[in-house]
Design a protein around this ligand. Structure first.
Ligand SMILES: [Zn+2]
Length: 162
């Protein structure tokens, strides 16, 4: 996603603020500790509004519950044409190294997560599912395309351009 759009998300939602670059992290920690901080949203610009709606719903849920926002974005990317929003809550000690190995499953179904955090997980899952119907390139209604060089979710117009 364009860096201006990532910056806009970070301005609106604190938990979407990016962090240190890959270079800075390697220099400081000897490894990449914060994938989201370094890479931001690894998806097309078409999902900006989708991400924005998801973040608004998350923040509203915290407000309704009267709880301070404690979610952290670990990695946000497009994979197999859908959105994957890996996340954790600041009180949980979770390592990003588990992400790709387990595709986030170990994180998502971690026991001991509060009912409220499970509710937030549910909101995220709902928007991840919705992403399969939103063109990742322009944001118009789209569908999964399995016949391109890699699986993408595109509207008819963007599909024809491929
Ligand atoms: Zn499109």
């Amino acid at each position: 996603m364009k860096s201006e759009l990532e910056a806009k998300l970070g301005e609106e939602f604190l938990f979407m603020r990016m962090g240190k670059t890959v270079h800075e992290q390697i220099e400081e920690y000897g490894k990449i500790k914060d994938l989201y901080g370094a890479f931001g949203c690894s998806c097309g610009d078409g999902w900006y509004e989708l991400l924005r709606s998801m973040c608004s719903e998350i923040v509203s849920a915290y407000e309704q519950e009267g709880i301070a926002v404690d979610i952290r974005a670990l990695q946000v990317k497009e994979k197999f044409g859908i959105l994957w929003f890996y996340h954790a809550y600041t009180d949980a000690d979770e390592e990003i190294s588990a992400l790709d190995a387990a595709d986030g499953l170990s994180i998502r179904f971690q026991p001991g997560r509060s009912d409220f955090h499970k509710k937030i997980d549910g909101i995220i899952e709902k928007w991840e599912t919705k992403s399969a119907n939103v063109c990742m390139s322009c944001g118009k209604p789209g569908k999964l395309r399995n016949d391109l060089s890699w699986i993408q979710t595109l509207c008819d117009d963007c599909y024809k351009k491929q």
